[in-house]
Design a protein around this ligand. Sequence first.
Ligand code: OAD
Length: 254
Amino acid sequence: MAVDRDAFTRAGALLRQAMDSWSPVAVLTGAGISAESGVPTFRGPDGLWCGFRPEELATPAAFARHPERVWEWYHWRRRLVLAAMPNAGHRALAALEAVAGDAFTLVTQNVDGLHRLAGSRRLVELHGTLLEARCTRCGRVEPLPPEATGIPRCPACGAMARPNVVWFGESLPADAWARAQRAAETASVFLVIGTSAVVYPAAGLIEIAAASGARVIEVNPEETPLSGLADCVLRERAGVALPALLREAGILDA
Ligand code: OAD
């Protein structure tokens, strides 16, 4: 794939401009940013688990019918994530936050905790985290020990716990969505990284940002249904594109 140098130059200039004027910068990430850490994406070739698609496991109906199977999938993914390290893409976003400060929001659809591990703090985890369990009766949230197996029980009331994530067909946590929406509405630059942009309402943030006047930069080796909204498209892996973009913007040393 030929690298479009001109797109990097234009994207770098947009980011530099936003930094110089302390204008808000927002970022939306998806599973693609963690691909280079060895975490499989949902819709990529490694997205199947024991022949099941995520849409057959990450739903309230799947959990009601086969809680042990759904938990087994989450335990597998959690073990995978616990063995993974943030990559150059995660670290570049933490570096961007360190420079942009209060004018920065990172919204992620990922439940793997790798942004936090990389040092990101102005973070909205839209789909929750697979490192915690939530009681199906009293709602108590507990961290999951690394060695957890089977169906965890609530330490307070003894009821069955579920992964503390958002499933297909469920609403996003209202406070997380409000923060994400505000970030999209006010951003002068909106970076979209490693998402197939097909799962709503998260993908709608790209449309909100573009309609509110943000300049949109997409980082993804593949085209997405919302690529047309982007002012600059960087067809490159996040771990390569993000450090290069930050160098272009003068945020990281060349
Ligand atoms: P997907 O698996 O749908 O899409 C991953 C995207 O990352 C694709 O567009 C790839 O082209 C891109 N990609 C792959 N490797 C990359 C790399 N190294 N750098 C940059 N991009 C890369 O994942 P999401 O869009 O995150 O929801 O999926 C959205 C939601 O659907 C998830 O949060 C999850 C899922 O089912 C729930 O569980 C509610």
